[in-house]
Design a protein around this ligand. Structure first.
Ligand code: F6R
Length: 342
């Protein structure tokens, strides 16, 4: 069903090659960002960006919040928090370089006298940075923003202390290479976790759960289901969701239409383990629950390989639904409407 010819037939725009390139994108991005030096060391960092670009900042922030003392705040909006000002580093990430929210936040950061770095493949963001002699990480053009996540994530990580962060990122890249090889169309359905999961969730609406550390990874799963497979999907964060959504799972007669997917980590705390096990058991009597168990030598490796599994799962769901994963026409329509206003 999901063999190579079937995949090729539906994946008319060639998303498969971008999925395969994720590890090498991170390597290249890390080098490009690193060339600017450790701009993000020892200060507050705010990463502004939307969608497939902005998620890179959220993932980096969630990881650094656990492993380092570095305060990084992702902002997915045109407004900056009132406390952002001189001495803070604002990193503007927009693959196209033309996203209105990101550009508005970038201009606001300039007005407030923040340090600024841009990451994009071109557009107004590049012109703004290069025109003012500001540091800029150029990522290769010609992709969909969400397919270039590795470049943006690597570029961002490269702005941090190379001695501390880069080795961790390289370890994660090794894991991405190893696990990514198990997810390609060549690997038959029965041995391919992404193909298996896509088949399991087909026909139901995925709702992906993660702890706060995994929340941006869960969000990436959601957005990849939305954009690649063209389905509604949502993500949510535990333990908070256990204090409200759980009631819906237990009592809503429509709950069976949804596919809860729990993202698990082998190093989760005793509390998280007990909480996630209880969540699964309390949902299960009525609804089939999928669990994804991250594997890998470090937290970052596990976060990124879990993300990679979600990317591939959404890709195969697109193939099963016979929709080309790449185009996202309605986002273009929205941007065109908003551009008319400015
Ligand atoms: C499209 C995608 C979108 C964009 C978002 C922001 O592939 O993933 O979520 O990332 O519309 O656009 P950029 O990334 O160009 O700033």
């Amino acid at each position: 069903m999901l063999d190579e010819p079937a995949v090729r037939k539906v994946d008319r725009s060639g998303a498969v090659e971008h999925l395969k390139s994720l590890p090498e994108q991170v390597v290249r991005g890390l080098r490009l960002g690193g060339e600017l030096g450790p701009l993000a060391a020892n200060r507050r960092v705010i990463v502004v960006g939307m969608g497939g670009s902005g998620i890179a900042g959220a993932i980096l922030a969630a990881w650094l919040a656990v492993e380092r003392g570095t305060p990084v705040m992702p902002v997915h909006d045109s407004r900056l928090p009132a406390w952002v000002g001189e001495g803070d580093l604002v990193v503007a990430v927009s693959y196209s370089g033309n996203t209105l929210e990101t550009l508005a936040a970038t201009r606001e950061a300039m007005r407030r006298g923040c340090e600024l770095v841009g990451i994009s493949s071109g557009g107004t963001l590049r012109d703004l940075c290069l025109g003012r002699g500001l540091p800029f990480v150029p990522v290769p053009p010609g992709m969909m923003p969400r397919s270039a996540l590795g470049y943006v994530f690597g570029g961002l990580a490269g702005l941090f202390d190379a001695n501390e962060i880069a080795p961790e990122v390289r370890t994660a890249v090794e894991a991405l290479r190893e696990w990514g090889a198990k997810l390609t169309p060549k690997v038959p359905d029965a041995k391919n976790p992404a193909k298996k999961l896509a088949a399991k969730v087909k026909g139901r609406t995925p709702i992906i759960y993660g702890t706060p550390t995994y929340a941006p990874v869960a969000r990436r799963w959601q957005t990849e289901f939305n954009e690649n497979a063209k389905v509604l999907a949502w993500s949510s964060v535990v333990p908070e969701a256990d204090h409200n959504e759980l009631v819906g799972w237990a009592e809503d007669p429509a709950a069976r239409r949804f596919a809860p997917i729990l993202l698990r980590d082998p190093a989760e705390s005793d509390f998280d383990r007990a909480m996630l096990d209880a969540t699964r058991e309390l949902i299960r009597p009525k609804v089939k629950v999928e669990e994804v168990r991250a594997e890998g030598p470090t937290l970052l490796a596990r976060m990124l390989t879990t993300l990679q599994l979600g990317d591939w799962t959404s890709f195969y769901l697109a193939i099963l639904r016979r929709v080309d994963p790449t185009p996202v026409a309605v986002i273009g329509k929205l941007k065109a409407r908003l551009a008319k206003r400015s």
